[in-house]
Design a protein around this ligand. Structure first.
Ligand code: NIG
Ligand code: FE
Length: 417
């Protein structure tokens, strides 16, 4: 593999100016360079600009790899900032229950949902978990995802939660990963009558998880019949004291005040946000908490309402989007989420691109090195089969990624032009 590379004959390169999260009001204003080229060295982007200038300036060695982009569109590798992709089993049988009228919480309260996946996950070794995880990450990467956040949360006991975090770190997959400890994802049957005892157990794991670097973030499912506001506050406060960064699952079904509380504690992101109110949005704005919206989940819980993406962007919030990949929302493709965000949340293709690159990178603390095609950033780049990103959003359900470049290496090349 050559250390140096040039991508040339790019019809349209689309990225976002600046660094870090793109504020809502600027998400419709990408930086577009026509007839562009990009140079890469040692896994980083070394030059971006009009092809003529880049060829003039580039001081490439003779064995540099030259990739002709055939006049197509080039965008940053997608960043998926909210997944639960390490688990055992699958739950297609719940589809019939949901179609028959059972709600997400009905199924969970009856011992299904997360608790069913817990049983299937506890049975697996680290090696088996890695194998399943890698297969899912292969699919994600072919569809353009180059960095992913992965939560634990299907062990719900000390050993399995640690095994899940270990698996996230142990994989040799080229996908960049950020691990989140979501021990308090549901209350396991052993603690059915002692949820605070379970929370104490999860809290007792935090110092070790932080010290060992097994996870960078902590997260909790703040929801009716799962963890209430005070339990969520207790867990996140302890996680912060242990040195972990914070995320929260909040306002998915009921508004318990988790979004405002998480934002006040300095959470990097608050995720779901279907039933967030004005106060929650303002708390996110004030504290720099990034809203992560999950339109695939709305579909799989048969929810007709939508989160307030447009209002969030109007008030300047840097909206991000994610798959939420989990056994209840079995989707690897961020391209499908991009289409849902447009057709259901009414986000424009440019806003959708910001939400799955610069803003989703910021939602996992990587806004200074991922999610943009910019000098000094990691060389995670997609060559599309089309001349525009609008086409990707418009023509949903198929893969529009031709070539995935990950850390300066060509991972997948389709040549389907
Ligand atoms: O973000 N809502 C909580 N957790 C996941 C679902 C997990 C599951 O149902 O297995 C989510 O949607
Ligand atoms: Fe989730």
């Amino acid at each position: 593999m050559a250390d140096e590379m040039i991508l040339h004959n790019i019809g349209k390169l689309i990225t976002f100016p600046g660094e870090g999260p793109v504020p809502g009001g600027s998400m419709n204003e990408p930086l577009i360079i026509e007839d562009a080229a990009v140079t890469i060295g040692e896994g980083k982007i070394t030059g971006v600009g009009p092809g003529k200038d880049i060829w003039d300036q580039a001081d490439l060695s003779k064995d540099a790899e030259c990739i002709d982009c055939n006049g197509k569109c080039v965008v940053p590798g997608f960043v998926d900032p909210h997944t639960h992709l390490v688990f055992g089993g699958s739950r297609e049988f719940e589809l019939g229950m949901k179609l028959g009228g059972a709600s997400y919480l009905d199924i969970l309260n009856a011992g299904g949902g997360i608790l069913r996946t817990m049983k299937d996950t506890r049975a697996l070794t680290v090696e088996q978990l890695v194998e399943q995880m890698d297969r899912r990450m292969n699919k994600m990467m072919i569809y353009g995802t180059t960095t992913v956040e992965i939560k634990s949360g299907y062990g719900l006991d000390v050993d399995t939660e640690l095994r899940l975090l270990e698996a996230i770190g142990a994989s040799n997959h080229p996908m960049d990963r950020v691990a989140t400890f979501l021990g308090p994802h549901a209350i396991p049957p052993e603690y059915r009558y002692d949820p605070d005892g379970f929370l104490d157990l999860m809290i007792s794991m935090l110092p070790q998880i932080s010290r060992s670097g097994l996870a960078e973030y902590a997260d909790i499912f703040c929801e009716r019949n799962v963890f209430d506001l005070e339990q969520s506050r207790r867990f996140l406060t302890a996680a912060k004291e242990a040195g972990l960064k914070l995320k929260i699952h909040s306002d998915e079904i009921a508004n318990l005040g988790g979004t405002s509380m998480g934002a006040e504690l300095g959470a990097v992101s608050a995720d779901h946000l279907l039933v967030s109110n004005d106060k929650d949005l303002e708390a996110m704005r004030k504290n720099g908490t990034i809203p992560v919206l999950l339109p695939g989940t709305l579909m799989t819980i048969f929810e007709d309402r939508i989160p307030r993406a447009i209002e969030m962007m109007e008030m300047g919030l840097p909206v991000a989007l994610a798959t939420d990949l989990n056994p209840n929302c079995m989707v690897e493709s961020l391209q499908l989420i991009q289409a849902l965000a447009c057709y259901r949340l009414r986000m424009t293709p440019n806003q959708v691109l910001a939400a799955t690159t610069a803003n989703s990178a910021a939602a996992i603390g990587m806004g200074d090195r991922k999610g943009r095609i910019k000098e000094g950033y990691d060389a995670d780049i997609l060559i599309l089969k089309e001349g525009s990103f609008d086409h990707v959003v418009y023509n949903f359900g198929v893969n529009h990624v031709d070539t995935v470049i990950k850390g300066g290496n060509v991972i997948n090349r389709d040549i389907g032009w």
